[in-house]
Design a protein around this ligand. Structure first.
Ligand SMILES: [Zn+2]
Length: 352
């Protein structure tokens, strides 16, 4: 669907929304004037629909549906016959029969095919922009807490070896030890690879890593990294408009964890969860946390030191057993051999 097309002085050319056989029109669009780019664009909205207007031929104008003026449709068909005669001369495509669509496995899915899919939702995410604090006693808050505990209960407890041998995809609770941590690189980076922190890294070394470029400014809604324009203004995140709030995030992290056996896996730590684990806001790393320093009497600890000590305690010996909840995802070929596997951290707790 043409969700975002630049407008000419009057209107979109009619063929913008035409496939070869069926003239279609997009409804529920909104005009957006982008002052920064000096352009006027049409944006789809949640009520946008692609409306099928029927098939136009050299002699036949389809009947107008009730949302469309017959005169507009006739003028669209006239335009097509005159300016795009090839479109009007094509044979009508046989209608698709939904009953004859095949069922396929996700891993054999190809682009641009219409198939039946039988899926279960493995992960959902709630946006957090424009959040208002809710009284914990409010029934809605209670309902949310109940749902969260049900979600946690739906993760199954496995050991790492079993997870890997069963190639289980879904939410899994694991008892593990953390052996290393590093920040992930962003794809366009030309820089040297990130330092990997482990139990041999002194606290100063962890602080040095946190002093590096480990945060970014992203969309307040979806956390996508945002570029700045020539004036140093952050460009909006187009999929999330009209939300334009920006927020500072940690770059995603990567934990290497080991189960009771010898197997190790790498688990991605998303930005917001990393902030929760480090207990330090990424935009205030060099400000005082308000906590009194244990080492230098009379001085206050900065957030960067709080974060460094969190990482240090995750990695220090003797290793502690952590309970982590991860979202595991295996993509297997037809012989059940994994072609891709990834693990994303959902929660981390120190085991008591
Ligand atoms: Zn966004």
């Amino acid at each position: 669907m043409a969700a975002r097309s630049t407008l000419g002085p009057n209107c979109l050319p009619p063929e913008t929304f035409c496939s070869s056989q069926v003239n279609s029109d997009v409804v529920g669009l909104r005009v957006n004037h982008d002052k920064w780019r000096g352009e006027t664009v049409l944006q789809s909205t949640f009520s946008s629909k692609l409306l099928n207007l029927g098939t136009v031929s050299s002699s036949n104008t389809p009947p107008a549906p009730k949302q469309v003026h017959a005169r507009s449709l006739a003028s669209l068909c006239g335009f097509l016959r005159q300016q795009r005669p090839l479109l009007a001369s094509l044979n009508a495509r046989p209608p698709q029969d939904l009953k004859r669509l095949p069922y396929v496995n996700l891993n054999s899915l190809r682009t641009n095919t219409l198939v039946h899919a039988w899926l279960h939702v493995a992960h959902t995410q709630l946006g957090t922009a424009h959040v208002q604090a809710l009284d914990p006693a409010h029934p809605k808050a209670q309902e949310f807490v109940d749902q969260r505990s049900i979600q946690r209960e739906t993760s199954i407890e496995l050991d790492l070896d079993t997870l890997l041998s069963q190639k289980y995809s879904g939410a899994v609770e694991l008892r593990v030890q953390v052996t290393s941590f590093h920040f992930q690189d962003f794809l366009t980076s030309q820089r040297a690879p990130r330092a990997v922190l482990d139990n041999s890294t002194p606290l100063d070394g962890i602080v040095a890593v946190l002093n590096d470029d480990i945060t970014y400014t992203g969309c307040g809604l979806c956390a996508t990294e945002l570029d700045t324009d020539a004036n140093g203004i952050y460009v909006p995140c187009y999929p999330c408009l009209p939300h334009t709030a920006v927020r500072r995030y940690y770059r995603p992290g990567m934990l290497t964890v080991r189960g009771q056996g010898s197997s190790q896996v790498r688990v991605q730590v998303p930005p917001v969860l990393l902030q929760k684990i480090l207990e330090a806001p990424p935009d205030k790393l060099h400000r005082s946390s308000g906590e009194a320093s244990r080492h230098t009497p009379g001085s206050k600890v900065k957030h960067i030191q709080v974060a460094a000590e969190k990482i240090h305690s995750l990695l220090s010996l003797p290793r502690k057993v952590m309970v982590i909840t991860i979202q595991s995802h295996f993509l297997c070929d037809e012989n059940s051999v994994p072609v891709a596997q990834d693990f994303t951290l959902l929660d981390l707790q120190f085991s008591s």
